[in-house]
Design a protein around this ligand. Structure first.
Ligand code: GLC
Length: 744
C-alpha cells in the first residue's frame, strides 16, 4: 500500500502558500459581482450579501437553507411563507463588517469586536462557551486528539452569535469551503474570517435581537428538527463493538435484570461482514433479523452504524452497483478515488448528487427488512485512516482541483472536494433521513451523525465524536453542547463515560449525572478502553447511575415538550443561563451550569474528588431537584452533591410532568403522569402525541396549560387532536398528591 503523506510533505510537494507572520490586510482584488438586500425574518432584521468571483454569475446554490434554493425564498409553510427581500442601499453593516477578495481563491471578512462583546455558536468548537481569543477552523475533520488547542472538529456551522450590550447579532457565512474565524486573537477588538474558495458565498447578518429571537430567525432560514421518536430520547447503550449477537443479547438482558432503564442497543462496525456497509456478519450475527426481533421483544430498539466508505471489492453488490452507475467520487483525472477506512481501500459516494442520495436512501431497505430502528452515520467528514487533515491549517491558498482528494458534482458543475467538504456528512445524513422517511413513512426517522453543516438539524441528531474518559472532557461537554444548541442543533450529546481511555467509577457516575440532561443520551466507548456499562464498577456506582437514568425517564414528558418548543421556536434544549436571564451579567460568564428548558438548572460536579461546588442561582427561589430546602437566587451558594444526587435545581413556580417509573419508552403511553408543583403559584405545559408518527404536524396532538393557584390545580385545554390511550393523572404539591382529570 502506498505510504500516505504527512501534511508537511503535502504542502511542500504542492507549493501551497502558507501563513507568514505579517497580518496586514492584503490587497483587494475583487472584480466579480455582488448583491445586497434586506428583509425581516421572524421580526429580526437581516441583511444578505451574495458575492461571486469574476467569471461566475451568481453565488452557489445553498444546501443549508430550508428550500435549497439560491434565492432563499422560504417555502416550507410551517415556518414562514416567503420572504421578500428589498434591495438595500449600501449602508454600514453592524460591527463595521467589510469583505474583500485577496486572491483568486481567498476571501477575507473583517469586523469589530468591542472588548465587552462575547461570541458564541459556530457549531462544534473545542472551547469554553465564549469563543473569543482564538482561531476556529471550519473544515470537517475526524481525529480523536481533542486536546485544548485542537482544531478543526467534525462539524462546521458558520453561524456566529455576538452578544453586545445585552443585544444579540448573528453572522451566517454560508459556504461549505474552509473558513478560519480569528476571534480577537491579539486582543485587538477586531475579528476576521478567511474563506478559501474559488466560488462565491452568501452572508447573512442578523442584527439587534434577543437571543431567542435570533435563534428563531436563524432556524427559520436553516430549518428545525422534527419531533424525535420518543424512544430516541431514552437511554442508548453502545460499545465499539459488542463482538457478537450473544454478547449483545446478554447486555440487553443485564439492563432488564438490573432494572436500569434503556431503550436502544447500538451496533458498531463489527455487526457487518468485514465492514461492508449494508451487510451483516454471517459468523458473528448469523441470524440478524432474529437478533433484532429478540431485542425488540425485550423492548429495545436497534441502531446500526453506516459509514460512507464502500469496500473496493469486485464481489460486493454495493461497490458494483455504484460503479455501474458512476456514483462514486473520482479524482480530477477521471480515475476512481480510493481512500482507506475500516474495510481497507474504499470508494465514496458523491452525496451532493440527488441520484446518488436516492440510491443510498434505497439501500436502507436492507435495514428496514431486518427491523432496524435507526441509523448512525460515522466517519463522514469523510475521515481517511492514517491521514492528517487533508488541508493543513497553515495553508492560505486552495490547491488546484487535482490536489483536492476528489471531485464532486455541485449544482454549478464539477468542483474540487475542498470547496464543498463541509457538506459531505450532512448530505449523507440527508440521504439516510430521506431514505428512512420514504421507506417507513409512518415513523419519525432517527439518524445520528458525526459530521455536519448548517441545517444538519433537519436530518439528524449529533454527537461530538471521540472524546476521552477525562474529567476535562466531561467539563467541556457543557460549553460545547451549549454552542451546538445555539447553532440550531437541539438534539446533541457526547459519549457518556468518554470514548477513549479507561473510565473510572467516580467519573462514570458524575458523567451520568450530567448525561441524563444531554438531549442525546448514550453511553459509548472504544474497545481499547475498559468496560463502562452502568454495572461495570460497584453496586454503589450502579445505584447512582440507576437513579440518574430513572430520573431521565421520569422527565420524559418534560423532555418531549422541550423538543416541541424547538419545533415551534428554534430554541435549543440545553440553554445557557443568559437565555432566560438576559439582564444577569454574572450569568453571561457561566459555562459550568446550564438550563435544561426553563424550569431546570443543572449544576454538575465536573471535578475529580469534588463533593461540593459553588452554584450561581439566578433571581428567584430554587428547589434542590432531589428535595430539600429552597435557596434564594441572585447569588452564589456552596452546595454539596453526593455521588447519587441529581445535581440540579427546579425553578420556584414550575409545574413539571413526571411519568411513573418505566424501563423503556414502550411503557410510556399507559403509565400514570404526576404534575409536580414547586411554589405557591406555578405554571406548566403538558403535551401529548403518539411519539412516533408525523400526525402531530396535522394537529394530532394534545396540549394543556397547567396552573396552580390558591391551592388548586387547573388545566386549560389548548389543543385536542390525539386520541390518547387512557392513563391516570395526579398532581403533587408539598407532599399532597391527588388524582386529577385534565379538562376537555
Ligand atoms: C469512530 C467513531 C466511534 C466508533 C468508531 C468505530 O471513531 O467516532 O464512535 O466507535 O469509529 O466505528
Amino acid at each position: 500500500m502506498k505510504q500516505l503523506e504527512s501534511p508537511t510533505d503535502w504542502l511542500e510537494a504542492r507549493k501551497i502558500k502558507t501563513r507568514g507572520r505579517e497580518e496586514k490586510r492584503p490587497e483587494n482584488v475583487f472584480a466579480g459581482g455582488w448583491t445586497s438586500d434586506t428583509t425581516e425574518v421572524q421580526g429580526v432584521p437581516v441583511t444578505r450579501i451574495c458575492a461571486w468571483p469574476r467569471g461566475a454569475e451568481a453565488a452557489p446554490v445553498s444546501f443549508a437553507l430550508l428550500e435549497d434554493t439560491a434565492t432563499a425564498q422560504l417555502g416550507d409553510g410551517d415556518v414562514e411563507e416567503s420572504l421578500s427581500w428589498r434591495k438595500s442601499v449600501e449602508e454600514q453593516l453592524p460591527f463595521n463588517l467589510e469583505w474583500q477578495q485577496s486572491s483568486e481563491c481567498r476571501w477575507n471578512f473583517y469586523f469589530n469586536l468591542p472588548a465587552e462583546a462575547k461570541c458564541f455558536g459556530l457549531g462544534e468548537r473545542l472551547s469554553g462557551f465564549n469563543l473569543r481569543g482564538r482561531v476556529h477552523t471550519l473544515f470537517n475533520y475526524g481525529d480523536s486528539t481533542h486536546v485544548p488547542n485542537f482544531d478543526p472538529m467534525y462539524k462546521s456551522i458558520p453561524f456566529l452569535i455576538i452578544r453586545h450590550q445585552g443585544r444579540y447579532h448573528g453572522i451566517f457565512l454560508d459556504s461549505p469551503a474552509r473558513q478560519r474565524w480569528s476571534l480577537d486573537v491579539e486582543l485587538a477588538e477586531s475579528a476576521s474570517v478567511e474563506l478559501l474558495s474559488r466560488r462565491g458565498w452568501t452572508l447573512y447578518m442578523f442584527s439587534n435581537a434577543s437571543l431567542p429571537d435570533l435563534l428563531a430567525a436563524y432556524t427559520a432560514l436553516t430549518g428545525r428538527s422534527k419531533l424525535p421518536p420518543t424512544w430516541s430520547l431514552g437511554h442508548h447503550q453502545s460499545r465499539w463493538s459488542y463482538p457478537d449477537d450473544k454478547t449483545v443479547l446478554e447486555v440487553a438482558q443485564e439492563f432488564r435484570a438490573r432494572k436500569i432503564p434503556c431503550d436502544v442497543i447500538t451496533l458498531d462496525i463489527d455487526y457487518m461482514d468485514e465492514y461492508r456497509v449494508f451487510t451483516t456478519s454471517p459468523e458473528r450475527f448469523p441470524n440478524f433479523r432474529d437478533t433484532v426481533a429478540r431485542l425488540q421483544d425485550m423492548n429495545f430498539r436497534v441502531v446500526t452504524i453506516v459509514d460512507p466508505g464502500v469496500k473496493k471489492d469486485a464481489k460486493y453488490f454495493v461497490y458494483n452497483d455504484g460503479r455501474k452507475h458512476d456514483y462514486f467520487c473520482k479524482k480530477a483525472d477521471g480515475k476512481p478515488f480510493y481512500g482507506k477506512v475500516w474495510p481497507g481501500q474504499s470508494v465514496f459516494p458523491d452525496f451532493l448528487r440527488q441520484d446518488v442520495r436516492l440510491w443510498w436512501a434505497a439501500l436502507h431497505g436492507f435495514f428496514i427488512e431486518n427491523g432496524v430502528n435507526g441509523i448512525w452515520n460515522d466517519m463522514n467528514e469523510p475521515c481517511l485512516l492514517g491521514q492528517g487533515c487533508p488541508l493543513p491549517l497553515e495553508a492560505i491558498e486552495l490547491p488546484k482541483e487535482h490536489h483536492q482528494l476528489f471531485i464532486q458534482h455541485s449544482p454549478e458543475g464539477d468542483v474540487g472536494h475542498f470547496e464543498v467538504r463541509n457538506l459531505y456528512g450532512a448530505q449523507m445524513s440527508r440521504a439516510t433521513y430521506e431514505g428512512l422517511r420514504a421507506l417507513r413513512p409512518d415513523e419519525r426517522p432517527f439518524v445520528l451523525t458525526r459530521s455536519g453543516y448548517a441545517g444538519i438539524q433537519r436530518y439528524a441528531a449529533v454527537w461530538l465524536g471521540d472524546n476521552m474518559s477525562w474529567w476535562e472532557h466531561l467539563a467541556i461537554s457543557v460549553p460545547m453542547l451549549l454552542n451546538v444548541g445555539l447553532s440550531g442543533v437541539p438534539f446533541c450529546g457526547v459519549d457518556v463515560g468518554g470514548f477513549g481511555d479507561d473510565c473510572s467509577p467516580e467519573l462514570l457516575a458524575r458523567w451520568y449525572a450530567v448525561g441524563m440532561f444531554y438531549p442525546f443520551f448514550r453511553n459509548h466507548c472504544s474497545k481499547a478502553g475498559a468496560e463502562q456499562e452502568p454495572w461495570a464498577f460497584s453496586p454503589r456506582v450502579e445505584d447512582a447511575i440507576r437513579h440518574f437514568v430513572e430520573t431521565r425517564y421520569r422527565l420524559l414528558p418534560y423532555i418531549r415538550a422541550l423538543f416541541w418548543e424547538h419545533v415551534r421556536t428554534g430554541a435549543p434544549v440545553v440553554r445557557p443561563m443568559i437565555w432566560d436571564y438576559p439582564e444577569d451579567h454574572f450569568a453571561a460568564e457561566i459555562d459550568d451550569q446550564f438550563l435544561f428548558g426553563r424550569d431546570i438548572l443543572v449544576t454538575p460536579v465536573l471535578k475529580r474528588g469534588q463533593t461540593e461546588r459553588s452554584v450561581y442561582l439566578p433571581e428567584g427561589l430554587w428547589h434542590p431537584f432531589d428535595g430539600g430546602k429552597a435557596l434564594e437566587g441572585g447569588r452564589l451558594h456552596k452546595v454539596s452533591f453526593e455521588l447519587d444526587d441529581v445535581p440540579a435545581f427546579v425553578r420556584d413556580g414550575a409545574i413539571i410532568p413526571f411519568v411513573d417509573q418505566i424501563q423503556s419508552t414502550d411503557e410510556y403511553e399507559l403509565t400514570p403522569i404526576t404534575f409536580r408543583i414547586w411554589g405557591d403559584k406555578a405554571i406548566g405545559l403538558y403535551l401529548d402525541d403518539d411519539g412516533i408518527s408525523f400526525e402531530y404536524e396535522e394537529d394530532g396532538y394534545n396540549e394543556w396549560l397547567l396552573r396552580w393557584e390558591n391551592g388548586e390545580f387547573k388545566s386549560d385545554l389548548v389543543n385536542f387532536g390525539y386520541i390518547a390511550p387512557q392513563r391516570e393523572y395526579y398532581f403533587e404539591h408539598a407532599g399532597r398528591k391527588e388524582r386529577v382529570s385534565l379538562s376537555r
